[in-house]
Design a binder for this molecule. Structure first.
Ligand SMILES: *Cc1c(COP(=O)(O)O)cnc(C)c1O
Length: 415
């Protein structure tokens, strides 16, 4: 308990908001009590620029031991030879990763941003586009990755780096096929295109062994730790290539960051141990099952929905209800269901409006959302988006009824 009453009051309100709402934002999740406590530990007070055994400060024996533990656990979790656990966030992991792999001005081939890419994958408002020359591959007509288009773009653009991994892509990704296409392109053209995967969204599914592991195919993989992994806010960079370890290390420190957040690294270590337990695989399977059940129910009700092979799907609210994504998001928020507006493939509206909603079940499943409740939630979304504004109090009661059966967000003990 902190003494600052003003700040404490907002913590209380946020607890209430999180406990009372149905969180369907695909990039969010609830950390365990252990992960949260480690992230506010005494390690916060320690400067440790550098890496274990090679620090610029004395007194690092304890943070060294924990950073080594975090690395070992992450290496085991992702079945990979090297993991750098220092990046402060997913975006900073990408910033450092590009620097480790390519030079300013080099060409990067990434997914068209409106099709589900991330800002750091070449958006004009991000450092990425002002430092590197981004060109893009679109999704196929059906909104899925089209590997023939990728092969064609590799040949046409001859990029220095091919980038996969997305923020709003609901289907499985064939990393093996991408590796084969890049290898074939490199052999045919005498080119040296590298392969990077940003698995920020699906890292939990990868860790649970429920999809292809990009570490088996890419030269370098980045991720966040706070989405499906359920850890503290942060980033990771990993590789199986011995020759990339040094460039990655110096790209993180000193190129992009100073002192690492050792309290967050401790929290990452705690989270990796949780994710190595059989219960995490069960959790992740439940997330996939719940997400699929919701998409199927909305489809059964006649909605235009993407379908799903991971923890999220896209609901076309313009074609389903005549609403923009922003209107749908606002309507759901007013009854306690949190989602986010999202561009869909072939979207005709602006990013500030959009035709779609992105919906995911990673967070609600952590709190104990059952399959039966998933159907109730899908029905509720349908009724609210279709219905008139007047009935909102009835919907709010339904939301409260569901969340009252769930675990308290402050009291999650995963181990
Ligand atoms: C969320 C996300 C990131 C960025 O993570 P931050 O920690 O918010 O910087 C990067 N890449 C992808 C694909 C993401 O979905």
């Amino acid at each position: 308990m902190i003494l600052d009453k003003e700040v404490q009051a907002y913590f209380r309100k946020e607890e209430e908001r999180q406990n009372g709402g149905i969180e369907l934002i695909a990039s969010e999740n609830y950390p365990s009590v252990d992960v949260r406590e480690a992230s506010s530990s005494i390690f916060m007070a320690k400067y440790a620029e550098g890496y274990p055994s090679h620090r610029y400060y004395g007194g690092c024996e304890n943070v060294d031991a924990v950073e080594n533990l975090a690395m070992e656990r992450a290496q085991k979790l992702f079945r990979v030879a090297y993991v750098n656990v220092q990046p402060h966030s997913g975006s900073q992991a990408n910033f450092a990763a590009y620097h480790a792999l390519i030079k300013p001005g080099d060409k990067v081939l990434s997914l068209t941003l409106n099709d589900g890419g991330h800002l750091t994958h070449g958006s004009p408002v991000s450092f990425s586009a002002s430092t590197y020359d981004f060109v893009h591959y679109p999704l196929g007509e059906d909104g899925k990755l089209d590997y023939d288009i990728i092969a064609k773009k590799l040949d046409e653009e001859n990029p220095d780096l091919f980038l996969a991994g997305y923020s709003a892509y609901p289907y499985a990704i064939d990393f093996k096929r991408m590796r084969e296409l890049i290898d074939a392109h490199n052999a045919a053209k005498g080119a040296h295109c590298l392969f990077m995967v940003d698995m920020a969204h699906i890292a939990g599914i990868v860790a649970a062994g429920l999809c292809q592991n990009p570490c088996d195919y890419a030269d370098l993989v980045t991720t966040t730790t706070h989405k499906t992994l359920r850890g503290p806010r942060g980033g990771l960079i990993m590789t199986n290539r011995e020759d990339l370890v040094k460039p990655i290390k110096s790209a993180v420190f000193p190129y992009t960051q100073g002192g690492p957040l050792e309290h967050i690294i401790a929290s990452k270590a705690v989270n990796f141990l949780e994710d190595l337990q059989p219960s995490f695989k069960e959790y992740m399977q439940n997330v996939l099952d719940n997400t699929k059940a919701a998409a199927e129910e909305l489809s059964r009700l006649g909605c235009v929905v993407s379908g799903t092979e991971n923890h999220l799907f896209l609901l076309n609210v313009l074609d389903s209800f005549g609403l923009t994504g922003l209107e749908a998001q606002t309507k759901l928020e007013s009854i306690g269901i949190t989602t986010n507006k999202n561009m869909i493939h072939g979207d005709t509206l602006k990013p500030s409006q959009t035709s779609g909603l992105r919906i995911g079940f990673a967070a609600s499943t952590t709190r104990g959302c059952t399959k039966k409740q998933v159907i109730e939630i899908a029905d509720l979304i349908y009724e609210v988006l279709r219905g008139k504004e007047e009935d909102l109090s009835r919907y709010k009661e339904k939301v409260a009824g569901i969340t009252s059966t769930w675990k308290d967000v402050m009291d999650l003990h995963q181990l």
